[in-house]
Design a protein around this ligand. Structure first.
Ligand code: K1U
Ligand code: ZN
Length: 167
């Protein structure tokens, strides 16, 4: 297994739209294993392939308390979405920044797993938030794009300062 480098916002590669996975091959299964290892090490509760500069529709999520319930979503599609819920979100591509985002409260998702089997999942709570957050990554969207222009300007200033201090 391997730890993969995670792209950081505003890296333009985070804007790429991921392509569907034609078949769940050994190469895709290795990507899933490496993404899971990277997510657990970060640590995070989810990771989209876009964040590790692989532009394929693959997501891993584990919102369990003991980090022993890995969920794999290949070619995910939302079949139904209902309600609204506001939740504090973070992102491994925007380290150290958290803010509230409103999303659907419940979603039904269809995806393939690492064995190529198609499964439907009904999700609510953090799992529903995480699925929507990761599916946005596959479309080239980072959660900070939901924030007000003022909050985004403050974040941009914070990132510029961080870059100055690092350089
Ligand atoms: O996509 C990502 O960058 C992963 C992100 C997922 C997420 C978290 C919370 C709300 C929406 C989406 C993270 O995992 S951020 C890190 C985080 O939330 C966390 C880290 C350690 C323990 C528990 C949570
Ligand atoms: Zn994210």
């Amino acid at each position: 297994m391997a730890l993969l480098p995670i792209l950081e916002y505003p890296d333009p590669r985070l804007k790429k739209v991921a392509a569907p996975v034609a078949a769940v091959t050994p190469e895709i299964r290795k990507l899933v294993r490496d993404m899971a290892e990277t997510m657990y090490a970060a640590p995070g509760v989810g990771l989209a392939a876009t964040q590790v500069d692989v532009h394929k529709r693959v997501i891993v999520i584990d919102v369990s308390e003991h980090k022993d319930e890995l969920r794999v979503f290949i070619n995910p599609e939302i079949l139904e979405a209902e309600g609204e819920a506001e939740c504090e979100e973070g992102c491994l591509s925007v380290p150290g920044y958290y803010d509230k985002v409103t999303r659907a409260a419940r979603v039904r998702v269809r995806a393939q797993n690492e064995n190529g089997e198609t499964c439907d999942v009904d999700a609510e709570g953090l799992l529903a938030v995480c699925i929507q957050h990761e599916m946005d990554h596959l479309l080239g969207k980072v959660f900070v794009e939901y924030l007000s222009p003022l909050k985004r300007a403050r974040l941009a200033a914070k990132l510029r300062k961080k870059q100055r201090l690092a350089g």
